[in-house]
Design a binder for this molecule. Sequence first.
Ligand code: PSV
Ligand code: MN
Length: 424
Amino acid sequence: MRIEKKQLEDHNDALLNRHQVKLASLKNQLPDLDGILQKLIDFQIAIPSWALGSGGTRFGRFSGGGEPGTLEEKMEDVGLLHSLNRSSAAISLHIPWDIPSDIAKIKSLAHTLGLRFDAVNSNTFQDQPGQSLSYKFGSLQHTDKAVRKQAIDHNIEVIRQGIALGSESITVWLADGSCFPGQLNFRKAFQRTLEGLQEIYTALPENWKMFVEYKAFEPNFYSMTVGDWGQSLLYANKLGDKAFTLVDLGHHLPNANIQQIVALLLYEKKLGGFHFNDSKYGDDDLTVGSIDPYQLFLIFLELVEGMDARNMNHAKDLGWMIDASHNVKDPLEDLLQSVEAIMLSYAQALLVDKKALAAAQDNNEVSMAQEILQDAFRTDLRPLVAEARLRAGGALSPIAFFREKGIRQQLIKERGTNRKATGL
Ligand code: PSV
Ligand code: MN
């Protein structure tokens, strides 16, 4: 299903007057309105191929119907999102959930939809049908060399697939760890994992990055072999310049100060990429900004400050991806909300008066520092983000458009109610 330009124009025309009134009041507050708008337009967030169907939980999965059953259909769905918000110009594939059978065809579809391939993701956390050795006791950390080799070969194969697609990074997330005290020798597990990552690293093309993603717990509950940013950073430092830490917002122990982690990783030049989501308890994979939008804003504040301090390009120098999916919302509406939340936090962070904040910090003006932050956070920037979408050719109100046009109903008509997206 594709969205026509005329449909978007009609939608936008109907909302234009109200939008302009709201935007006008912001214009007086923002001296560099066009500069901020351009940054918003440039900022693109990759959509994970596994978030386009219902995520489910281990207790059940409730499909909403019209799920994409093939890689092509997943790309069509990301194309749909991108034509509505103009901020989702990339897709992140998980292999072997998404194996492109005809690379030329897939690349040409991506071109038509205006999409590029973001990081490719390997999977050594599940056994695949026909796989000779099991990952039950880990992959790169495994005590059996043959299992480690299988996992290394898989990652190298994922890089090969990524090269063919034009991707330039691989995200390695390992479920490796242990569930019980005494099960694993931590030092040996670390060393075996490092050696495996080193072999994978040598297969990276010159212009590629490797993202080492950490997670505090699940599926292992006593130890994780890449359990926190410190461990990820150790691996990344030992691997070399092309290896970076990837921060998934849901992968921390409760109350972790993620904004401080981000600031220090940027300082160390080792922050590579992001998986955005929100959580109340653990790796809940909830819609970005749905639980704690203030934390998201504070993270963006550190991102913008840290990237500016290093003259980095906000849009291009880090890998921006969503990693969220669950049971109860329409996945496409959920992703539209996630992207909007990211854009809003980014815009709010751009709005912060950095000079005034630095002065307040230097002078220990604690109350003033809080006023400066909350002034930006409490400014309603939704009209600004909508204006960026409008200028880039998207919809003023993507979710309203999605509902008005009955997009889910059309997808159900095309694909049926029982299609199940490959993935979790
Ligand atoms: C693990 O919880 C994770 O965050 C990793 O990024 C995986 O690749 C992804 O979720 C999908 O399972
Ligand atoms: Mn993740």
